[in-house]
Write a protein that binds this ligand. Structure first.
Ligand SMILES: [Zn+2]
Ligand SMILES: [Zn+2]
Length: 459
């Protein structure tokens, strides 16, 4: 009888690359078959087996999905009991993520034309909160950014806010629009603020902003990463290099614009206590933060095309990283409900001398605290966390059609093909899921596939 190789088989495999431990006979026979089919097929089968969910579990790989699966029910119950509201976006994203690749939500069915073995692949959940589906979403977004970039040096600017203001953003999530808006105000003013002529010509920079709501410690810390082209374009399509950014003035102007926008926003909400509190904080901030909010831009050499591409790729990847990577989880105890993980403080990034660094921080906390910290960062539905401005804005009247692009179409096509699930597995986990242990290629059997809703990724 054909064996079923799915992510759901209870297999026991050790992680040692030279040693596969299979208590059940069919595993060793799969490898034996693969060895007969050749070295490549053997290595493929070996990596495939070692990446099955059960094998990863044996290797102590803790998934966020299992932490939620085990504890989400209790968490929701607790919130209900305490009348703590959970946003719709949280409920739907967590539900999707918990059921990602669950066969009940649909699957694809493959069969080997040679040995008739089968492979069943559950459909993806498409939640941005899901570790694997979210990664695909962010990679697709990074590709879009790369595709948009014109051939010009680019730089990365990070805009942070005062700690005292964070809670307003947690309470009023629409304030994120004001955060994006403040960055846009500052960078538009930089070009058009002092020059009537520039205003008349509608001369603008082009930049792409991404919102992060988390710090490395998972705490709520809204800030923006901006990728900015070092040139301006005006309404006649005339392009001028622009590379002088005065950070002292950017800081002050960012603080002013944000506080102005926040005040206008809060006035609209009209909660007297919040407005009073805001005024108090504002006054203190002007006293304390004379130099403005922290605006940070690592100076990097960015002259030739390869260096520019490297910076753009770096910012895309950096802006796309999730709040928590599973590789940072060291242990999780289902019974005691405690989780243990680490983070590297961002303050250390700029410090060269190892002795001056704060160093890796380890956190032990209850899974419920951990869950509470993570879900705060789930964006509301239809909220764009990456936005395009100036000559990069979608609705911009400024013409960049005739500007040379940073990436060639061939490079973009390659990035696009990397989004395919099969290609992703080959590049990330070094195995082709459709290469059978007999050496033939599995084929899809449309009649045996099961769809609840159409899945674009897998279809
Ligand atoms: Zn086969
Ligand atoms: Zn998923």
């Amino acid at each position: 009888m054909a064996s079923i190789v799915t992510d759901y088989l209870p297999l026991e495999i050790k992680s040692n690359p030279y040693y596969v431990h299979a208590k059940r006979g069919y595993l060793s026979h799969l490898l034996l078959d693969a060895a007969k089919a050749g070295q490549d097929v053997y290595e493929n089968e070996y990596n495939k087996l070692n990446n099955l969910a059960y094998a990863r579990k044996e290797n102590n790989h803790i998934t966020i999905q299992e932490v939620f699966k085990d504890n989400w029910g209790y968490f929701v119950e607790y919130c209900n009991r305490k009348s703590i509201p959970l946003r719709d976006a949280i409920l739907s994203n967590v539900d999707s993520m918990i059921n990602c690749r669950n066969f009940n939500s649909g699957y694809l069915f493959y069969e080997c034309p040679n040995c008739h073995d089968i492979y069943v692949r559950g459909l993806s959940c498409h939640s941005r909160f899901c570790v694997s589906c979210g990664k695909k979403y962010r990679d697709a977004r990074a590709n879009e950014i790369s595709k948009t970039c014109i051939y010009a040096p680019h730089r990365h600017i990070t805009w942070t806010i005062a700690e005292e203001l964070r809670w307003f953003f947690q309470k009023y999530r629409d304030l994120f629009d004001e955060l994006f808006g403040a960055v846009n105000d500052v960078l538009t003013h930089l070009i058009q603020g002092k020059s009537k002529a520039a205003r008349k010509r509608n001369e603008r920079l082009g930049f792409i902003s991404t919102l992060h709501t988390f710090g490395r410690d998972l705490k709520f810390n809204p800030h923006i990463h901006t990728l900015i082209a070092e040139c301006t374009i005006d309404k006649n399509g005339k392009r001028k290099p622009y590379s002088y950014f005065n950070y002292d003035s950017l800081r002050k102007s960012f603080m002013n614009q944000l506080l102005k926008r926040m005040y206008k926003f809060l006035k609209g909400i009209n909660d007297k206590n919040d407005i009073d509190e805001f005024f108090k904080i504002k006054k203190e901030l002007y006293k304390k933060n004379e130099s403005g909010f922290y605006v940070h831009a690592p100076q990097k050499e960015c002259k030739n095309p390869n260096q520019i591409k490297k910076i753009v790729n770096y910012v895309c990847r950096y802006a796309g990283h999730p709040a928590m990577s599973e590789s940072r989880i060291i242990s999780y105890n289902k019974d005691t409900k405690m989780i243990y993980y680490y983070y590297d403080p961002h303050e250390d990034d700029a410090i060269i001398n190892e002795n001056d660094k704060i160093g890796r921080q380890y956190v032990t906390e209850s899974v419920f605290d951990f869950i509470a910290k993570l879900i705060v960062h789930i964006p509301n539905k239809a909220v764009h966390t990456t936005r395009y401005y100036g000559f990069y804005a979608n609705h911009s009247s400024l013409d960049i059609m005739h500007q040379p692009k940073l990436f060639k179409w061939k490079e973009i096509a390659k990035m696009k093909s990397n989004l395919n699930w099969r290609v992703r597995l080959i590049s990330s986990y070094k195995y082709d899921p459709l290469l059978c242990h007999c050496g033939a290629t599995l084929e899809i059997v449309p009649d045996l596939c099961y769809f609840v809703g159409y899945s674009k990724e897998d279809g």
